[in-house]
Write a protein that binds this ligand. Sequence first.
Ligand SMILES: Cc1cc2nc3c(=O)[nH]c(=O)nc-3n(C[C@H](O)[C@H](O)[C@H](O)COP(=O)(O)O)c2cc1C
Length: 391
Amino acid sequence: MLIRRCAMLYFEAREDVEFDLALLVAGGTGLARTQRCLALAPHLEQPVEIDATAQAWLAQLSPVEWTEVEDGSDTAAQAAPLLQEGLIFRHDAPVTSHAVREASLRESYWHPLAAVMHAFSRWEGVDAVRNMQESQTETAAQMRQTLGPPPAEASTRWAQDGRELPLVQDDGFDELLASRVTCRNFDGSRAVPLELFAKTLQRTFGATGAYRVGEDLVFLKKNVPSGGGLHPTEAYLVVQNVEGLDPGLYHYRGDQHRIDPVAGPVTLNRDWVMDMLGQQHWFADAHVLVVLASRFDRTFWKYRRHAKSYRVVTLEAGHLSQTLYLSATKVGMGAFITAAINEKAIERAFSLDPVTDGVLAVCGFGWRAATMTTTELDPAGVIWNLEDRAG
Ligand SMILES: Cc1cc2nc3c(=O)[nH]c(=O)nc-3n(C[C@H](O)[C@H](O)[C@H](O)COP(=O)(O)O)c2cc1C
């Protein structure tokens, strides 16, 4: 048979540490340490544990040239589990889902390190709230207790011979910036008017112009900066409470300022929303949730296998989020962003292939509730008067 290995492959030397009472009783630290080697291939859903022999063998196998292996030989026996796992492929094998995803990555212009990072930072079924509770990092006091002292709130490294700068006079823009407080308390009892919904999307994701170069190259102008001017990030919407709109999943088209329903396997309900938000119930009542999903292939078209291209795309998500916050704040609504999300559930719902369309974060906006149930960071009381605080 003819075989070759997958094109993108890294090995991770991982040490697992477990508590073992017997070791403690025997006078040791009580910690059992085991070493293992994991093969990280971004077309696979999970890292694959391999032994040192397999690692050495994989490392010398070409990802391009097909290598002849005699059926029934020792090498064929060694290859069998790796074929099964999807780390190597046979030339004459039927097309599997592993092979399809591997071929798609092979044809893409992902930088391999970024591809691994993206593939293995996606969550499935994670309960971020429970994780914080279990790790004793839920409240500020717990964090300090569990994690010890943090690095200082500002760097003091160059704190000498400097000078203080004049404070700027407050104007309307400062007021807007100061009112941007991450909203964790939404008022589900009243819908967001269609006009405010449209305005917020237009200001954040809408195109304000287009520069056409020939037949098929168009640069959109938007209110946010974008690496290479390519604007790869799409807004997928979970509309929950907007006047005149059926609750459901939509895609916002920035070049035409329109929304289109997304047909998919998901029926919008509370459980699904909680799952996508990693069980962060404080965001689940937001009138509109906005999935930031970047079309990597558009940015990587220009920045091919570039060490910075993934970073550029993720930085753009931050710009979009801040613009969304400010656009919502400007019309009296609250907004948020979270990266503690179950990307895989979102990918399935919107039919997004993570090789080309990467879910990076979920934002949201809507009316603020009248009382604060979940803590928000508003020390100056710009949004919340102290007597409103519930906890
Ligand atoms: C990239 C990013 C991810 C965040 N993820 C979460 C999150 O998972 N859950 C949450 O409640 N807040 C999240 N936040 C909001 C921050 O907690 C918040 O910005 C911070 O506490 C400062 O408060 P402020 O935004 O009101 O100034 C995130 C913010 C950013 C920029």
